[in-house]
Design a protein around this ligand. Structure first.
Ligand SMILES: CC(C)(COP(=O)(O)OP(=O)(O)OC[C@H]1O[C@@H](n2cnc3c(N)ncnc32)[C@H](O)[C@@H]1OP(=O)(O)O)[C@@H](O)C(=O)NCCC(=O)NCCS
Length: 232
């Protein structure tokens, strides 16, 4: 039975066309032949003019970056959208859930650490810089944006405010479902963000690692807590 299931997965859940196309288009040949990026179900490549660097310390392995697979038994199979005009630096054992948009503008750089999991139907939108630390997981329907995408002007002083500010998420954080992480958010390591929260500032002067924050905007809920998980 296990053999049949594995065979079925191999043939019908992988998107082989996308897997071959993406690896050979985006990576040097010696990396591409190992097919480190593994695509599942639907994917739309909106723009692939950007650059990818694989930062895996353990070397390049087949299928070490899984795109579109996670949560497939919970969610309808919506396409992943990759719109990569800037830079993506990505480590190993990374999962990006189905239906997720990864958009990196020409000026932008996303750095995704080792063991990071991005939940289904999420948005990563980068104009400046987004860093996600090792072993951080985000649940489904999260949005991480380092930009407002529109600028705001003060009608008295005529000052135009910065529309983008770097986002840094520490290691081993757990971001609950439907969380919005807006520009300028900095989270220390080992922080839990409760579901449906809005993060919008540098939290490092305000909270310690092993804190739970939550609400709109997110505030300290509890201290000395950590998520239990396979890697934690
Ligand atoms: C973070 C979380 C796990 C904390 O759960 P918990 O420790 O049981 O916390 P409680 O529900 O007892 O809440 C503790 C306090 O935080 C508040 N709180 C909890 N979640 C909150 C939220 N999303 N926004 C604002 N406040 C929140 C509660 O109101 C409570 O405050 P009170 O004591 O003044 O009443 C939980 O809130 C959560 O977000 N769970 C969903 C996680 C998820 O998305 N999982 C998907 C799979 S990856």
């Amino acid at each position: 039975m296990e053999f049949i299931r594995k065979g079925y997965d191999f043939l019908f859940t992988h998107n082989w066309l996308a897997t071959f196309y993406f690896n050979f288009k985006m990576l040097p040949f010696r990396q591409a032949v190992k097919l480190p990026f593994d695509f599942y179900y639907g994917v739309r490549f909106k723009n692939l003019s950007g650059k990818i660097v694989i930062s895996a310390k353990g070397g390049i392995r087949r299928g070490m970056i899984k795109i579109g697979a996670q949560g497939s038994d919970m969610f309808s199979k919506t396409d992943v959208v990759i719109d990569l005009r800037g830079k993506l630096v990505i480590a190993e054992s990374v999962t990006i859930g189905l239906g997720t948009l990864v958009r990196v503008e020409k000026s932008g750089k996303i750095v995704i650490g080792n063991g990071v999991a991005i939940g289904a139907k999420s948005v990563l939108f980068c104009e400046d810089s987004i860093i996600i630390g090792d072993n951080t997981i985000t649940s489904w329907d999260c949005q991480i944006m380092d930009t407002d995408t529109h600028s705001i002007k003060d009608t008295d002083s005529l000052k135009v405010y910065e529309r983008s500010k770097p986002v840094v998420i520490g290691e081993r954080c757990w971001i609950g479902n439907h969380v919005l992480i807006n520009k300028g958010t900095v989270l220390p390591d080992d922080v839990i963000v409760a579901a449906c929260s809005l993060c919008n500032k540098n939290y490092t002067p305000i909270i310690e690692p092993f804190s739970i924050i939550g609400g709109v905007p997110a505030k300290l809920i509890s201290e000395n807590k950590r998520m239990l998980g396979d890697k934690l």
